[in-house]
Design a protein around this ligand. Structure first.
Ligand code: KG4
Ligand code: ZN
Length: 338
């Protein structure tokens, strides 16, 4: 099987091609960072237009990288939600058009499911597994029983982890996206320099909260000179606070799964690229006697490969979608069907 995947739900135009031996045959990501930079965040209308500008060229390049023609493909997968609706429509329409003209099966992919299944592409992880999905827009602990079969154990009641990194980075005068810049700055900082709160620690559920942390960072830096030393110390302190909070939530997830033991603990989504977070999660997995795995950073942030892979997982179960499948701004994992 050979699948082409299209990802356009946020600010990256991703085109990926994978096959059933789990080989990545093409991986094109056209970033729009420069287009959004002046605004300090993603502007939905700019994103949709930028996807439209580059999508055809990105598909052509991916096909050339894989050295295949459309006739070689088994199906076309595209993210149809959740995400910024204009961009989602651009990618979904491109995918549907190729599927219609080439008479190929079309697979409507949930962006969250694409992140959730990536560890099976990169690590061959068996079901069921516990997943921390940590991106710019989403933060949840999910028990993944199978394709389309998700039990969400807890989620953020306000901001996502990546969003917290991004907002705090802005307060510290760093650029966007903030996660990688905070991680870099933290290398020279002291994680105990600022006594930040550890949100939700000890709560008898698996929910997250990060907006209080952002407020604490704002209060701590208000009126102070934003020197490189302060940025480094705050970045390290923030990273430590987030890692402590997330590790505690993950421990609760294992406790909730007493009767359904996961085969592995995995993480995915943009913020899962963070090495200090990964190290803490690996320790929680070890304490629960399960292996830990996380895709390489490049496949944690948005990309087309994960969409192609999710499409392949669905297609081999016979799950395909009609060409009038709508684009959805909101599409929780619990509403998936296997
Ligand atoms: O999954 P993703 O590419 O897009 C969404 O679906 O949201 O995630 C982007 C988020 C951004 O908030 C970014 O700051 C964060 O992932 N991120 C990181 C790192 N790399 C990306 N956060 C922490 N550490 C990183 N190294
Ligand atoms: Zn994402």
């Amino acid at each position: 099987m050979l699948l082409l995947g299209i990802e356009t739900s946020c600010d990256d135009t991703g085109i990926g091609i994978v096959d059933s031996t789990r080989t990545i045959r093409a991986d094109i990501v056209a970033s729009q960072l420069a287009d959004h930079k002046p605004y300090g965040g993603v502007v939905p209308e700019i994103a949709a237009r930028a996807h439209l500008d580059v999508i055809d060229g990105a598909i052509t390049r991916a096909m050339a990288d894989a050295n295949i023609t459309f006739a070689d493909l088994s199906g076309i997968a595209a993210t149809t939600g959740p995400g910024l609706i204009g961009g989602v429509m651009v990618g979904a329409m491109a995918g549907k058009a190729i599927a219609a003209v080439r008479r190929l099966p079309f697979i409507a992919v949930n962006h969250l499911e694409a992140h959730a299944l990536t560890p099976r592409l990169t690590g061959d992880i068996p079901f069921p597994y516990l997943l921390l999905l940590a991106s710019g827009g989403h933060c949840q602990l999910v028990f993944v029983r199978g394709v389309g079969d998700y039990r969400v154990l807890g989620r953020t009641i306000d901001d996502a982890i990546g969003e917290c990194f991004d907002k705090c980075a802005k307060l510290l005068g760093l650029g966007y996206p903030g996660g990688p810049l905070i991680e870099q700055a933290a290398r020279n900082g002291d994680p105990s320099a600022f006594a930040l709160p550890r949100p939700m620690v000890g709560r008898a559920n698996c929910d997250f909260s990060f907006s209080g942390l952002k407020t604490a960072v704002r209060t701590a830096v208000q009126g102070r000179d934003i020197t490189p030393a302060l940025v480094a110390n705050m970045a390290a302190s923030l990273q430590a606070a987030i890692a402590d909070s997330v590790a505690d939530r993950a421990r609760h997830a294992f406790a909730m799964l007493e009767n359904e033991k996961p085969a592995a603990f995995v993480t995915a989504g943009g913020a899962a690229a963070n090495q200090s977070l990964r190290a803490r999660l690996a320790a929680v997995a070890a304490a629960n006697n399960v292996p830990f795995d996380a895709p390489p950073a490049r496949l944690c942030t948005d990309n087309g490969v994960m969409v192609a892979w999710a499409g392949l997982e669905r297609l081999r179960l016979g799950l395909t979608d009609a060409l009038d499948t709508p684009a959805r701004p909101r599409w929780p994992l619990e509403e998936m069907k296997g």
